[in-house]
Design a protein around this ligand. Structure first.
Ligand code: NIG
Ligand code: FE
Length: 413
C-alpha cells in the first residue's frame, strides 16, 4: 500500500544515520515545515517540501492524508519496560505515601518479590492477555518499539513463562518488541541465603533453554545494594555472553557501587536508571559506546533525585529516555510524560528529549538502522499529533494527549 501525507505543519526528526546523537548534536532535530511524506509498503519512500511534491511524486497515490496543522515525528522507542506482570501494586503506593521507602518495602517481602508471587500464580494465557492490552495502549500513546524484561518470575518455570509471553507479543504485535532476560532482578525468598544456588539456576537451568528457544535478545541484572553485586552481575553477563546475549543493565538507581564501570567493561548496549551518578561514573560512561538510559518517571514516582541529564549530555554521553513501565516504580508507559519530565525536571530541550526518546532509544535496542528517525528506507513508525502550535508544545503542555494517530509499518493503529 502507498500512503501520501501532505501539508504536514512540521516533519521532525529527519536523520539518515544510525549512530546515537551526543553532546550538542542531541539538540539538532532536523525538520521540514509544510512537508509531505510518502510511505510505500510500510517504508518511508520520499519526503520533502510541499513545493517539491509534484516534482518528487508525479503520480499521486489513491490514499492521501491531509496533515494541516499537525506535526509528524518518529514513534517513541521505549527501550526499558517491565510490561509483563500479574497485578498492579497500589497498596505499596499507599505505604510509600505513609513514609516507607522503596528499600524498606522490598525488605519486608514487598516490591519485586510481591510481583513474583503473583506472577507465579498466574497462567501464561492470562499474562499474555494483560500484557497485550497494555501494549495496545502503549502503541496508541505513540510507542512503536519496546524492550520488555522478564524478572517477575524468579523461578526457572516462571522466568521461562514470562519470556514466552514476551515472545508471543513479539510475534503477534506490530510493535517491535525486544526481550531482556532479568532473572537477576532480586533473590527469591528460597535463595535469600544461597546466592550461589540462584546464580547456578540462572546459568545452568535458565540460559540454556532461553538460547535453545530464542527467548531473549539481552541479559539484564539489577546491580544494587541488597540485590546483585557487581561481581555477581559480571558472572551472569559472562555466562549469557556465551549464548550471544549482550547486556542491558539496571545500575546506579539507589547507589553507585561500580555498576557503570562494569557495564562499560562488559560492552553493555545500555546502562539504565542512573539516578545516582558520581563524576567518575559520568566520565567513564561518556567515554564509552554504552548508552545511558534515563528513566525519569521512576525518579518521579519514588521521589528520588532526577538523573543528571545536563551533565551527561555536556560530557558527551549518548543518552536515551525510557518509561521503565512497571508496577513498583513507574506504573506508566506514557512516553509523552517522560518527555515532559525530561524537559521540566532535567532541563533537556524539547529537541534533545525527542531525540533521546526516538533515535537514541532505537540505538539502545539496536534498532536504529530501521527505526527512530525519518529517513528513506526506514520503517514508517510515526506519530501524527493533533493540531498544535509548535514542537515545544508537546512536552510543555504535559498531561494532555497531543497524539491524533500512530502509524506502525505504514498502517495507522
Ligand atoms: O526498574 N529497579 C529495579 N526494577 C524496577 C522496579 C521493579 C519493581 O519495583 O517491581 C525498576 O525500577
Ligand atoms: Fe527497570
Amino acid at each position: 500500500m502507498t500512503t501520501l501525507i501532505t501539508h504536514i505543519k512540521l516533519l521532525a526528526g529527519i536523520y539518515a544515520g544510525h549512530e546515537p546523537l551526543r553532546g550538542k548534536d542531541l539538540a539538532s532535530l532536523a525538520s521540514i515545515e509544510d512537508a509531505f511524506l510518502l510511505i510505500e509498503d510500510g517504508v518511508i519512500a520520499a519526503f520533502g517540501h510541499m513545493y517539491e511534491l509534484e516534482l518528487m511524486v508525479p503520480q499521486q497515490p489513491a490514499h492521501v492524508i491531509d496533515a494541516s496543522g499537525r506535526i509528524i515525528l518518529p514513534a517513541w522507542c521505549d527501550s526499558h519496560t517491565h510490561l509483563v506482570f500479574a497485578r498492579s501494586r497500589e497498596d505499596e503506593f499507599i505505604d510509600k505515601i505513609r513514609g516507607m521507602s522503596y528499600a524498606e518495602i522490598a525488605a519486608k517481602g514487598g516490591g519485586i518479590l510481591n510481583s513474583a508471587r503473583r506472577l507465579q500464580e498466574t497462567s501464561e494465557d492470562e499474562l499474555f492477555r494483560l500484557a497485550w492490552q497494555r501494549l495496545q495502549e502503549a502503541a496508541a500513546q505513540g510507542t512503536g518499539a519496546i524492550d520488555i524484561k522478564s524478572g517477575y518470575g524468579l523461578t526457572v518455570a516462571s522466568e521461562l513463562k514470562m519470556l514466552r509471553v514476551i515472545k508471543k507479543l513479539k510475534e503477534k504485535s506490530p510493535v517491535t518488541v525486544k526481550a531482556s532476560f532479568l532473572a537477576a532482578h532480586a533473590y527469591p525468598e528460597a535463595f535469600r541465603d544461597d546466592h550461589e544456588g540462584y546464580i547456578r539456576q540462572i546459568i545452568d537451568e535458565m540460559l540454556p533453554v532461553i538460547a535453545a528457544e530464542q527467548l531473549a535478545d539481552y541479559v539484564d541484572v539489577f546491580c544494587e545494594k541488597g540485590f546483585f553485586s557487581v561481581d555477581e552481575m559480571e558472572r551472569i553477563c559472562r555466562a549469557a555472553a556465551a549464548y550471544g546475549l549482550k547486556p542491558k543493565l539496571h545500575v546506579n538507581q539507589l547507589n553507585s557501587i561500580g555498576g557503570i564501570e562494569a557495564a562499560v567493561k562488559l560492552g553493555a548496549v545500555s546502562a539504565d536508571h542512573l539516578e545516582t551518578m558520581t563524576d567518575d561514573d559520568i566520565r567513564i560512561l561518556s567515554a564509552s559506546s554504552t548508552i545511558g538510559t534515563l528513566l525519569p518517571s521512576a525518579a518521579f514516582f519514588l521521589r528520588m533525585p532526577y538523573q543528571p541529564a545536563r551533565q551527561l549530555i555536556d560530557a558527551g554521553t549518548a543518552i536515551a529516555l525510557a518509561s521503565d513501565f512497571n508496577p513498583g516504580s513507574s506504573p506508566s508507559f506514557n512516553m509523552n510524560f517522560v518527555l515532559s519530565l525530561g524537559c521540566i525536571q532535567m532541563k533537556m530541550l524539547p529537541e534533545e528529549a525527542i531525540n533521546a526518546a526516538t533515535i537514541n532509544g532505537a540505538c539502545a535496542m539496536e534498532l536504529s538502522r530501521e527505526l527512530g528517525s525519518i529517513a528513506l528506507g526506514k520503517r514508517a513508525n510515526l506519530i501524527m499529533t493533533r493540531p498544535v502550535p509548535s514542537l515545544a508544545y508537546l512536552p510543555y503542555a504535559f498531561g494532555s494527549n497531543h497524539i491524533e494517530q500512530v502509524m506502525i509499518d505504514g498502517v495507522f493503529v
